[in-house]
Design a protein around this ligand. Structure first.
Ligand SMILES: Cc1cc2nc3c(=O)[nH]c(=O)nc-3n(C[C@H](O)[C@H](O)[C@H](O)COP(=O)(O)OP(=O)(O)OC[C@H]3O[C@@H](n4cnc5c(N)ncnc54)[C@H](O)[C@@H]3O)c2cc1C
Length: 259
């Protein structure tokens, strides 16, 4: 653990309000879930070394686009014993490996909850997920072109037929995935230096640049609060979340059968 530097205590956060005016909030403690890359560029200059700042600057991310399509039906039939409204397949999501399309995953929102869909008996809201890079050819497509492209892709793999789409919506999400290449291997240097700021706690997924799920992300916040309550400056318990080798989403009976 690096020596804590009391002269590096954070005192306030600046943010832009809805009118784009800069506002200041005073703070005793700061729990940061913004991407580490952006956090470092927002810190006072010289608070981290040039080498550590470079690591932050070069951290890689994968961005993400979703095409939501409202369709009258899917061409996939349900051969399982699970009964569903509208007789659709029972999956919440399906990974797609077909090399002739770019779609990575398909969400079936009706199966997350029929209450997400206005007319779940006669329509299906699906989400086509694309893993991309901000500024690449997918990211830069017009919304209408992207929706048409996504629709064509699903026709190509026979998930929908021409004319099935009633409505569409596009969402672009920057930095959806912190990636483990590029300067990531130098991350411990950056982590060590950030830990010298006594009242800063890096939490969450991009806040730690770690592939944390929702539970891990919440656990980092809980750990941060514990550290504050105990006035502890050793932040290792915070960084130790999600370093275990157990996979969290496995069912208990499957875990037992693996033993
Ligand atoms: C496609 C996808 C599917 C997923 N599915 C699952 C799942 O099924 N189960 C699961 O457990 N987890 C899932 N996750 C992971 C889960 O979404 C994350 O672990 C969780 O949302 C991380 O929480 P967080 O608070 O760290 O970050 P976020 O929820 O991303 O919150 C960070 C916040 O910081 C804000 N912010 C960013 N930059 C700045 C800035 N410069 N200044 C101020 N604010 C800023 C953002 O707007 C955002 O509101 C999924 C993630 C993705 C991308």
């Amino acid at each position: 653990m690096n020596k804590i530097q009391d002269d590096k205590k954070l005192t306030h956060v600046l943010y832009k309000d809805k009118e784009e005016k800069i506002q200041e909030v005073k703070a005793d403690y700061i729990l940061s879930s913004m991407p580490v890359k952006d956090l470092v560029s927002a810190l006072p200059e010289d608070w981290v070394s040039k080498e550590a700042a470079q690591v932050a600057h070069d951290l890689p991310y994968r961005d993400f686009m979703t095409a939501g399509l409202l369709v009258d039906r899917l061409e996939l039939s349900n051969h399982t014993h699970h009964k569903t409204l509208n007789h659709i397949i029972p999956d919440c999501w399906i990974y797609i490996q077909e090399p002739e399309v770019k779609i990575g995953r398909l969400q079936v929102f009706n199966n997350w909850s029929p209450y997400l869909v206005k007319d779940p008996l006669h329509t299906v809201w699906i989400g086509l997920e694309y893993f991309c890079q901000e500024g690449d050819s997918l990211w830069s497509m017009d919304d209408s072109d992207f929706l048409a492209f996504a629709e064509k892709e699903l026709q190509k793999i026979h998930v929908i037929r021409p004319g099935a789409v009633k409505e569409g919506h596009v969402v672009r999400m920057q930095k959806a995935y912190p990636a483990y290449y590029g300067s990531y291997k130098e991350f411990p240097l950056l982590q060590k230096e950030l830990d010298t700021i006594p009242n800063l706690y890096c939490i969450g997924r991009n806040g730690q640049h770690r592939y944390n799920n929702m539970d891990h992300s919440m656990l980092t916040a809980i750990r941060a609060v514990e550290l504050i309550q105990n006035q502890s400056t050793d932040k290792s318990s915070l960084w130790n979340v999600n370093t275990e080798s157990d996979y969290q989403e496995i069912k208990e009976e499957d875990r037992n059968s693996e033993k």
